[in-house]
Design a binder for this molecule. Structure first.
Ligand SMILES: [Ca+2]
Ligand SMILES: [Ca+2]
Length: 349
């Protein structure tokens, strides 16, 4: 339900005509309303329950109007008991052109909502009587405006929602890719890897994904917005010409929004011990390279593709450049050839 302010908190200034007109409806439907997101735009100024008047487009307006519908307030027609915090979302314009007035910058929206949820000290004039950790979320007017490049950043509102309501889980990952590893320097050439979190229960559905550029020491800090604490996940690694590799049997757990996992120290860190030793001092294991066509095997099909590109003297960022030196040649063919000889294939739960 998305009423204008006048129909709801407007009941504090008068209780006739449009002023407070929806309050009896909201009251009667209070057990059925899933989300009430009042329009905190095209509103002008409104009373808060502290008796002061607040202007749209400010942190104070978000605070005063949101607390009013949760806490409840007096009207000339009687007292309106508020709704639960988890029934209330903050309704704002997606960008400045999306409404006649009431736009609030992403940082100010975050400040207001975090104060409402009891996470930060009072940031503006309005003092909340209580905190509301269960506050439901945000509503934007309108979703199409959020995608417009000329009005704020694209998806500014949606990204702000993610930032505020979906705190990221961080995977501190260490992994090497066979072809990219340089044993003499104990480092790796840098490349993009894709990381997938999968449920540990068959059929291992995908729960979240992200990508990162590996650092030269094989590390990457990767954020996931859908992953949960205290839930078990397999970590699945993909790279443009390597073999999909899964973390060891059983799955891994984020706690306190973090998970440290290293594939590098032993083959056992990969499901089915499916990695190759690429260095003896220090001992280092890596994901098999040479799966150019990204199927489940490193075999003749991959070798042929690399050979063809090598014959054409292909250079640059191409999938057949297995060792990442920007040239496709014999050294790339050899990596795939040796792995094909050992019948290397994907091992997963
Ligand atoms: Ca293949
Ligand atoms: Ca190469």
């Amino acid at each position: 339900m998305a009423p204008e302010t006048a129909f709801v908190t407007g009941g504090m200034s008068a209780y006739s005509g449009i002023w407070g007109a929806y309050l009896p409806v909201i009251n009667a439907l209070r057990d059925s309303i899933e989300v009430l997101h009042m329009q905190l735009y095209n509103s002008g100024s409104m009373y808060g329950i502290d008796g002061n008047i607040y202007e749209q487009g400010t942190v104070d307006f978000i605070l005063s109007q949101t607390e009013a519908v949760i806490h409840g307030f007096n009207t000339a027609g009687g007292y309106f008991n508020g709704l639960r915090a988890d029934q209330i979302a903050v309704g704002l314009p997606a960008c400045s052109n999306a409404a006649g007035g009431g736009y609030v910058s992403p940082d100010s929206v975050k400040t207001a909502i975090n104060y409402l949820r009891g996470q930060i000290p009072q940031p503006a004039n309005y003092h909340c009587l209580s905190s509301y950790p269960g506050l439901r979320g945000m509503m934007d007017w309108s979703i199409n405006w959020d995608a417009v490049a000329t009005c704020g950043a694209i998806y500014e509102f949606a990204n702000n929602f993610n930032r505020i309501f979906r705190s990221a889980q961080t995977l501190n990952l260490n992994v090497f890719i066979q072809g990219l590893y340089i044993p003499a320097a104990d480092t790796t050439r840098r490349d993009t890897i894709r990381v997938y979190l999968r449920d540990t229960i068959s059929p291992y559905p995908l729960k979240d994904s992200s990508k990162a550029l590996l650092n030269t020491n094989g590390s990457a800090a990767i954020n996931f917005t859908n992953a949960q604490n205290n839930h078990r996940y397999y970590i699945q690694i993909k790279q443009r010409n390597s073999l999909e590799t899964w973390s060891k049997a059983g799955g891994e757990v984020f706690s306190a929004s973090a998970l440290n996992y290293s594939f590098t120290a032993s083959a056992q860190q990969a499901f089915g011990n499916n990695m190759i030793k690429v260095d003896v001092s220090p001992v280092r294991f890596a994901v098999y390279s040479g799966n150019v066509n990204q199927d489940s095997y490193i075999d003749l099909a991959d070798i042929i593709q690399i050979s063809n590109d090598a014959s054409a003297f292909l250079t640059g960022y191409v999938n057949t450049d297995v060792n990442g030196d920007s040239v496709t040649d014999l050294s790339d063919i050899l990596i795939a050839f040796n792995n094909a000889g050992n019948f290397v294939q994907v091992l997963k739960p």
